[in-house]
Design a protein around this ligand. Structure first.
Ligand code: MN3
Length: 200
């Protein structure tokens, strides 16, 4: 069974009123994400790994230096699907319920969380990802280089932002901080984050 690219959970132009053009998704979903899926399928063709789940492939290949190429592509397939689900039209703002309470408890306040997340996303040198994770019961902000992700470290991802330059160059050119602020202000899908937190 080949790995497949999950559909984008919104139309290519759905985020245009919220700072991200259809052209961004034509490239980022249609070219970059698709290439990771195609490369992964080529790399695992005819191997036992082709019959594992994507999550299993990520965890197996992260520990095996001979499988770096498999890890990079598998993790990027997973990371991008997770990122699309982290976005929604007219998102952003503040979470509610148990998630809001947990953020307040573990970060001190929602503003403190925003500061930490923005700082992680802005200071990831070069390509990578910023994350909100559930690290064995405690919410934390982390950043990872290139394709690395919380799954590889046995942590549960709740939210991510792609800070590879290809994620923001069409909409924000070189201005990563503007992309981060726009994400927090009007794109974060807090319902998705709450669903992830509630999962065992
Ligand atoms: Mn990307």
């Amino acid at each position: 069974m080949a790995f497949t690219q999950a559909p984008l959970p919104f139309d290519f132009n759905a985020l245009e009123p919220y700072g991200m053009k259809a052209e961004t998704f034509e490239y980022h979903y249609g070219k970059h994400h698709k290439a990771y899926v195609d490369n992964l399928n080529k790399l695992v063709e005819g191997k036992d790994l082709a019959n594992k789940s994507l999550e299993e492939v990520i965890q197996i290949s992260f520990k095996d230096p001979s499988l770096t190429g498999v890890f990079n592509n598998a993790a990027q397939v997973w990371n991008h699907t997770f990122f699309w689900n982290s976005l929604k039209p007219a998102g952003g703002g503040t979470p509610s319920g148990d998630l809001a309470a947990k953020i307040n408890k573990d970060f001190g306040s929602f503003d403190k969380f925003k500061e930490e997340f923005s700082s992680a996303a802005a200071t990831q040198f070069g390509s990578g990802w910023a994350w909100l994770i559930d690290d064995h019961g405690t919410l934390k902000v982390t950043k990872t280089p290139n394709a690395e992700n919380p799954l590889a470290h046995g942590q549960k991802a709740l939210l991510t932002l792609d800070v590879w330059e290809h994620a923001y160059y069409i909409d924000f050119r070189n201005a990563r901080p503007g992309f981060i602020k726009n994400f927090l202000d009007q794109l974060v899908n807090w319902d998705f984050v709450a669903e992830n937190l509630a999962k065992a």
